[in-house]
Design a protein around this ligand. Structure first.
Ligand SMILES: Cc1cc2nc3c(=O)[nH]c(=O)nc-3n(C[C@H](O)[C@H](O)[C@H](O)COP(=O)(O)OP(=O)(O)OC[C@H]3O[C@@H](n4cnc5c(N)ncnc54)[C@H](O)[C@@H]3O)c2cc1C
Length: 298
């Protein structure tokens, strides 16, 4: 592995070596990022992409770390967070959001402007970049419903602009974005009544409070919804609520969530994911597909 010291020279206190994943993921588990960097501009991201490419250093881009499980062995190379690249702008009914903006800030902003189509995705605790990459969604709406275009850097640090039609996507799935650094995304909306949209947003946020274990670290739903069913229903039907491996447990409140109930390692969580899959398969014959992204070596 090449010398990572130039990163410290470039990013100063926004470059930390050996940063534990507990600090940048919502599972609050896993090993350390070899170098955790927080660029603050497109130029800094371009520099970083170029530097990593030229030095053959792996680069992982994360927003809020709310859909990933980082291996206990850690993340080699550079992990770049987008949180300092965050803004929202509206013009003519189109909102342009930089990748590190919180998805829920975008949802709230659109509601306040009377722009309809993403209000039901309120409360998803990720970034705009992460939500676009995952095509995150809830209550029948998803990021790509209103997405118009994405601006990103390729692995050479060159700027690319992709229209929605150029990005293959589906339920919690996109193709090609994983190789890019998403810098911003623009969204086109339907006209809506701010009062009605606000009401929808409030209902969705209240429903999340009631149904989800928001008091414990997790990364949301572990598995994708299988056709015609719900992963949580299948897990519950197999009697797995409360099943534990070490500090990891299937949530008693929402069987689709695995929570870190205290001191869980990534290996605990990973082993529990495997156990749940095997037991659901044995109980109902359904092969659950992982929604969360495994980073590092498992
Ligand atoms: C309590 C809770 C509730 C949740 N509810 C929902 C829900 O209702 N619906 C839903 O879909 N999800 C839900 N999630 C999961 C998660 O919040 C979403 O998938 C979210 O969109 C992930 O965004 P992030 O910024 O955290 O992405 P990260 O976890 O940081 O990254 C996810 C993936 O996107 C990539 N990525 C992130 N940013 C960029 C970028 N700028 N450029 C390129 N690639 C990038 C990463 O490399 C990684 O592969 C929930 C999670 C939690 C903890």
């Amino acid at each position: 592995m090449p010398d990572l010291a130039p990163l410290k020279e470039k990013f100063g206190r926004y470059c930390v070596f050996g940063a534990p994943a507990a600090g940048f993921t919502t599972y609050k588990a896993g090993g350390a990022a070899e170098a955790l960097v927080e660029p603050s501009s497109v130029d800094e991201f371009a520099w970083l992409a170029g530097w990593c490419g030229a030095n053959k250093v792996p680069l992982t881009v994360l927003g809020q770390g709310s859909n990933v499980l980082v291996s206990d062995k850690g993340l080699p190379g550079v992990t770049a967070l987008t949180g300092r690249l965050a803004s929202l702008e509206e013009a003519g009914g189109v909102i342009t959001a930089r990748a590190g903006a919180l998805w829920d800030d975008l949802a709230r902003f659109s509601v306040e402007k009377g722009l309809a189509g993403l209000e039901k995705t309120s409360g998803i605790p990720g970034s705009v970049g992460g939500a676009v990459r995952m095509n995150a969604g809830a209550f029948g709406q998803e990021a790509f419903d209103r997405l118009a275009a994405v601006e990103a850097l390729d692995s050479d640090g060159c700027l690319v602009r992709l229209r929605k039609a150029e990005i293959p996507h589906g339920y919690r799935r996109t193709e090609g974005l994983g190789r890019l650094i998403i810098l911003s995304a623009s969204f086109e909306f339907l006209p809506g009544d701010p009062a009605v949209l606000l009401q929808d947003r409030s209902c969705v946020l209240a429903s999340r409070e009631v149904k989800q274990p928001l008091d414990l670290p997790s990364a949301g739903s572990v598995f994708k919804r299988p056709p015609g069913d719900y992963a949580s229903r299948l897990i519950d039907a197999a009697g797995l609520k409360g099943l534990r491996v070490g500090g990891a447990a299937v949530s008693e409140k929402h069987a689709g969530f695995i929570v870190n109930s205290g001191g869980a390692t990534a290996s605990d969580i990973y082993a529990l994911i495997g156990e749940v899959r095997a037991r659901v398969k044995a109980h109902s014959g359904v092969d659950l597909e992982l929604e969360q992204i495994l980073l590092g070596e498992f």
